[in-house]
Design a protein around this ligand. Structure first.
Ligand code: ASP
Length: 354
């Protein structure tokens, strides 16, 4: 009897394990494939002490190690990992931006890829995300994430942010919403999301436009769509570009000087974004230099150093209106606009549409 029971149990166990294996194979087959592209930043960083959230070594973890640190990813998607760059995002440049965007467009053409996650340092994450929002030529989801704490810190936010980003990139409802920024339980649009605090975990905010959705139990819940045009609805084609026009940002302040504008022109800037005071106001001290730059064909865009709100038309101040783009995002759009046209009216229209 005992022997029989043991045999029966063994048979049942083997049936279950075969069924389990089949279920696993089917699940794996049914899961969407998400490509994770890493670029460096704190999310791939490690420190000596678990209390350290600054002074760590950035970009130590490889793309594969980063993915391996989040076993639950296997339940959400088939994940592939590749390193596109390994830089702190303070050192992100146009060359890496173009390389990253071209790789994303290449991957998204493949029918087996459902979405993309980019891991990135948080300092300039919003610039890369907005750039991708303007140049990705697919309606498949592209999600940019990062972390404020290195992998070795107590309460490291990287693993949860990666899981959330992959969950969003794998979700069919995420299609057609433009490039998204996912950190700390929130799904933001790349157009609207900005880093608001140098240290805090809850730093990425969508000040003017709200969020596209949030994550509950690591599952995306969508509420909104971006009103501006993006991705497949922009005229920007980076496929054949090796560089981008030089655009500088010049900060406005009391007792301002015109010589920064003269210097930008001398260094062959094709565009200048003014991070103006208030609603993009310009001090009378800079006006002669701003006008001189414009006479020499430099396209000037007014934005606000406050980081949110709209720049209204005002004849007292020369330059196009940056709409409600913060200076760093206005720079991204102006670089791309200058790859297509130098016509002031057309560029102004782009600032209102994108
Ligand atoms: N300095 C880092 C970076 O932007 C900060 C971070 O990732 O949070 O690469």
């Amino acid at each position: 009897m005992k022997t029989l029971n043991a045999g029966l149990v063994a048979a049942i166990v083997s049936i279950f394990s075969v069924t389990g294996a089949m279920a696993q194979t089917q699940d794996t087959y049914a899961l969407p494939t998400v490509a994770v592209l890493t670029t460096g930043g704190t999310i791939a960083g490690t420190a000596e002490q678990e209390t350290q959230t600054t002074g760590y070594k950035p970009g130590v973890l490889t793309a594969q190690a980063l993915i391996a640190s989040v076993p639950s990813l296997g339940k959400v998607a088939n994940v592939t990992a590749e390193q596109v760059a390994n830089v702190g995002s303070d050192n992100m440049d146009n060359e890496v931006l173009l390389k990253l965007a071209k790789r994303i467009n290449e991957l998204l053409k493949r029918p087996d890829i459902s979405g993309i996650v980019v891991t990135h340092g948080t300092d300039t994450l919003e610039e890369t995300a907005y750039f991708l929002n303007l140049v990705v030529k697919s309606d498949k989801p592209v999600v940019v994430t990062g972390s404020m704490r290195p992998a070795t810190a107590i309460g490291a936010d990287g693993p949860s942010n990666i899981l959330q980003a992959v969950s969003v990139a794998a979700a069919p409802e995420a299609k057609g919403r433009g490039v998204m920024v996912v950190l700390n339980d929130r799904i933001g649009s790349a157009r609207l999301t900005t880093k608001t605090d140098a240290n805090s975990l809850d730093t990425f905010k969508s000040v003017d436009g709200g969020y596209l959705g949030s994550l509950v139990n690591q599952q995306p819940q969508f509420e909104n769509r971006l009103a501006r045009q993006h991705t497949v609805d922009t005229p920007f084609d980076i496929a054949s570009l090796d560089s981008l026009p030089k655009v500088d940002i010049i900060y406005g302040y009391q007792n301002d000087n015109g010589y920064m504008y003269d210097a930008a022109v001398a260094h062959q800037a094709k565009g200048i974004v003014i991070a103006g005071v208030g609603a993009g106001s310009e001090s009378k001290f800079i006006l002669p230099s701003v006008r001189k730059a414009m006479e020499q064909g430099v396209v000037v865009v007014r934005s606000s150093r406050t980081g949110s709100g709209y720049v209204p038309a005002d004849e007292a101040y020369p330059g196009l209106l940056g709409d409600n783009l913060n200076p760093q995002k206005a720079r991204i759009l102006l670089m791309l606009a200058l790859t297509v046209t130098h016509d002031q009216a057309q560029i102004q229209d782009m600032f209102h549409r994108f």
